[in-house]
Design a protein around this ligand. Structure first.
Ligand SMILES: [Zn+2]
Length: 649
């Protein structure tokens, strides 16, 4: 007797949504398929079998079902035939060569998956451990991972939260029922409401509504704003409570895109959040750190660690390029955005071919040492929602090699003078790119070898980069996975994992380079280093990332008087710092597309576009860029205001 868990939805009229899917699946399978139950698992349909071999031998069956049903389907072994974790562990350790260096076996009982981390996963390509053979022998799905040479507490936090078995099963089932219910309204309509990042850089948050669904794209805070009305996304303007949201999609792990997400869970959101796996780990890192920073400064944040745990529990991670149903009328695909590790360009396909929305998030349309250029090859793209951080005609960055030369010669000058260079960086993205550049030039001898200090949080973020090498540029991935030459762990790098060492580093005679967070001198160790280094003329503060208006970093760059008032992290008091050190800005390393790259991206999509909405840029830039798009590409372009709702279809 087959237990079918796809329940009939009482609102779905005469057609029985879940039942009809399950019936179609059963109809197309032979009795030997031995299906024990069919169940929703978030955006996938899970078929449980007591005969895994049938599905391995007839792999075409599922492929055909996916094509006819146009749903993601996964085959699982019924719990009754799954081997115990102890037996599976024994089986793996007996068959795997010792040199493969297995460091972790994590049994995800909810998904029936074993995550195996190894230092040399290539050596595990043996017949006993192929996906199919492992499934037949053990009833578990095997997922292999490269085990990073540095540990990350954020990744541990994710693993820990995934142990809450019952809560997760219930969540996946409930969200599956919501995703796969029958459509109530056959007509497709799409509106787009701007809840943040309108003519400003910060608090990205947009609502996409259809008659069937309410989807939130990003949920960030404004890093430079103090008043809640300016700092948080305007969720107070939602026409429903947060419970009414069907899905949240996070483009990438910067706080101006994800910083408000735990608050949604605090106020009752219980639905899924879609993002890539690295975005989840990096978000956990940054959100947890934000709590620590706030505590250290005597502030309280709007969320706590328990809200982060609930966020992890409700996260559904997706690889790039995988089409996934997220509501009854919308499919989501995440594509590489080239901005930071795991960053995604979001593609929403509404209705059966009715309308397609591309939301770039933050993106870089050029290769870097760290990442590949953003994906552009969409089949359809009627509406493009695009960032415009560098949307002014003057925002043209020098070519990459010139940027590197400028950077290296700037560092060399300070080293030769005997000074120390502070490079404030956001923990994720620029930090790793800068480490790769420094490594490249110290290796070649073009940059004198001096100690490079890397502050603690960057170690965590770097560890997460090393845990997901498949998301990095092809060359870097190869370097880490195959040659074992890990550029993040070169001999000149010293990781500072205790704040007590900072005084030593500052007092040490002779030149050095210090890479520290935060990137805009808003909290974090970079502020402490700045206070200590700013008054010495030999030193240098070298900015390599975008400085949002209102932040300390921006005030330093704009300061005519060469003075800045700052909260001294040592004393907790406001203090005026005289800036005798040199201050410099190098923009070419940005993870954002410059003016030309933004234009090239539109040129690539031009034939498909019906309209372009310009967001995530300073007021003047969004307006300038939308005018440019209209004139140059003859596509309707527009910079929406905060709280504006636009009918897309
Ligand atoms: Zn970003």
């Amino acid at each position: 007797m087959v237990r079918i868990m796809l329940r009939y939805h009482h609102n779905s009229g005469t057609k029985k949504g879940g039942w009809s899917i399950a019936a179609k699946i059963l109809e197309s399978l032979q009795p030997e398929a031995s299906v024990s139950r069919i169940e929703y698992e978030g955006p996938r349909i899970a078929i449980y079998t007591t005969n895994p071999r049938y599905f391995v031998d007839n792999s075409n069956v599922i492929g055909e079902l996916v094509v006819t049903l146009r749903k993601r389907i996964i085959v699982k072994a019924a719990e009754s035939i799954r081997k115990s974790p102890e037996d599976v562990r024994g089986y793996i350790l007996d068959s795997a060569p010792k040199e493969a260096g297995i460091t972790r076996l994590f049994f995800d009982e909810v998904l029936g998956e074993v995550i195996m981390e190894a230092t040399k996963p290539k050596l595990l390509h043996i017949p006993e451990l192929t996906e199919q053979e492992f499934f037949i022998r053990t009833g578990w799905r095997l997922k292999m991972r490269h085990s990073p040479p540095l540990s990350s507490s954020a990744i541990e936090q994710v693993y820990y939260a995934l142990r809450s078995k019952n809560e997760r099963i219930e969540f996946l089932r409930a969200s599956g029922e919501r995703i796969f219910r029958e459509r109530l309204y056959p007509r497709s309509e799409v509106t787009f409401t701007v809840l943040g990042a309108a003519k400003e850089v910060g608090r990205s948050c947009f609502l996409v509504s259809t008659p069937e669904s309410r989807m939130l794209l990003d949920c960030g805070i404004h890093p430079g704003a103090k008043d809640p009305v300016d700092a948080y996304p305007r969720l107070d303007w939602l026409d429903t409570l947060v419970e009414g949201i069907d899905a949240v999609v996070i483009s990438h792990a910067h706080l101006d895109h994800v910083g408000f997400l735990p608050v949604l869970f605090k106020y009752g959101y219980g639905g899924p959040v879609y993002m890539t796996e690295p975005t989840l780990a990096l978000s956990v890192l940054l959100l947890t750190d934000a709590i620590k920073v706030a505590q250290a400064e005597g502030r309280t944040l709007l969320y706590d660690n328990n809200d982060i745990r609930r966020m992890i529990m409700h996260s559904i991670t997706l690889p790039y390029n995988m089409v996934t149903d997220i509501t009854p009328d919308t499919k989501l695909t995440l594509y590489n955005a080239g901005h930071i590790l795991g960053s995604a360009v979001v593609h929403l396909h509404v209705g059966e071919g009715a309308h397609n929305v591309i939301y770039t998030g933050d993106f870089k349309f050029d290769n870097t040492l760290l990442l590949r250029a953003a994906h552009y090859n969409f089949i359809r793209a009627e509406t493009l929602v695009m960032e415009s951080t560098y949307g002014s005609h003057s925002d043209v960055m020098p070519p990459r090699n010139e940027t590197e030369e400028m950077f290296v010669s700037s560092l060399r000058d300070t080293i030769e003078e005997g000074g120390k260079t502070l490079i404030p960086v956001p923990a994720v993205g620029r930090a790793q790119e800068i480490m790769l550049v420094i490594n490249k030039y110290m290796r070649s001898g073009e940059l004198p070898e001096v100690p490079v200090y890397v502050e603690g949080m960057l170690k965590e973020a770097t560890a997460i980069h090393l845990a997901y090498p498949e998301f990095l540029s092809i060359q870097l991935k190869r370097q880490i996975m195959e040659s074992g030459d890990n550029p993040f762990m070169a001999e000149w790098y010293t990781i500072v994992d205790h704040p007590g060492r900072r005084a030593e580093i500052v007092d040490e005679p002779g030149p050095s380079i210090i890479i520290a967070t935060s990137g805009m001198l808003e909290g974090g160790p970079s502020v402490q280093y700045f206070v200590e280094l700013a008054e010495e003329p030999k030193n240098k503060i070298l900015f390599v990332s975008y400085q949002v208006s209102g932040t300390t970093g921006r005030r330093i760059l704009d300061s005519q008087t060469r003075e800045v008032s700052i909260l001294d992290p040592g004393t907790g008091k406001m203090r005026v710092i005289k800036i005798n050190a040199k201050t410099e800005r190098i923009e070419g390393f940005s993870g954002h597309s410059d003016f030309n790259q933004l234009g090239r991206y539109i040129a690539r999509l031009r034939q498909k576009l019906h309209r372009v909405l310009i967001v995530h840029g300073e007021r003047r830039k969004t307006e300038e860029f939308s005018k440019y798009v209209q004139q140059r590409f003859r596509v309707p372009a527009y910079a929406p205001s905060l709280l504006e709702a636009i009918r897309l279809y």
